[in-house]
Design a protein around this ligand. Structure first.
Ligand code: ZN
Ligand code: ZN
Length: 166
């Protein structure tokens, strides 16, 4: 997957993730589904989608069904990977509450650079490996299964699903 550096707004991030989730859940996406999922009016969803289509982030087929473009699909995987890493870093490494971890990772999900994102994954993976090797003597107690199952960052990014934490 290539890295997309174009900045997007937080609101756009949520629209793209909503389309990603709806597509995975139902196999198709309509404006009404987005408006129900995000709890926004039909009017505001319609304006936002029109804008996203202009930026080539959302595509509409001849039947009016919406989907992500290749670029925005990759962007969604970046966002979800960021959110997952940030959430668990804040909660399991720093020890903040679940609620704060959820709020803060949501706010940072779309702004982390590709470089920091990759380094965060590698750092967490390294700490997790050290933790397993040192057992009770380890200074971190994280127990993150996803760090065991994903051997590299590319695999971790590709494994992101829906719009929530793995
Ligand atoms: Zn968010
Ligand atoms: Zn996907």
């Amino acid at each position: 997957m290539s890295t997309i550096q174009t900045p997007i707004t937080h609101s756009t991030a949520h629209y793209l993730c909503a389309i990603h989730k709806l597509h995975e859940d139902n196999g198709y996406v309509r404006m009404v589904d987005i408006s129900k999922l995000l709890n926004f009016s039909r009017g505001s969803v319609s304006i936002a989608i029109k804008n996203l289509k202009k930026k080539n982030l959302v595509e509409e087929d001849k039947n009016g069904f919406l989907n992500l473009s290749k670029v925005s699909h990759e962007k969604v995987h970046e966002i979800l990977a960021n959110k997952t890493l940030l959430y668990y870093f804040l909660k399991n490494f720093l020890g903040v509450t679940k609620n704060t971890a959820e709020l803060d990772s949501c706010l940072m999900e779309h702004v982390l650079s590709a470089e920091s994102q990759k380094k965060l994954f590698l750092y967490m993976k390294k700490m997790q490996t050290a933790e397993k090797e040192n057992g009770n003597k380890s200074c971190v107690k994280t127990n993150l299964d996803f760090l065991n199952t994903c051997s590299n960052f590319k695999q971790f990014k590709e494994s992101q699903k829906g719009d929530t934490f793995i």
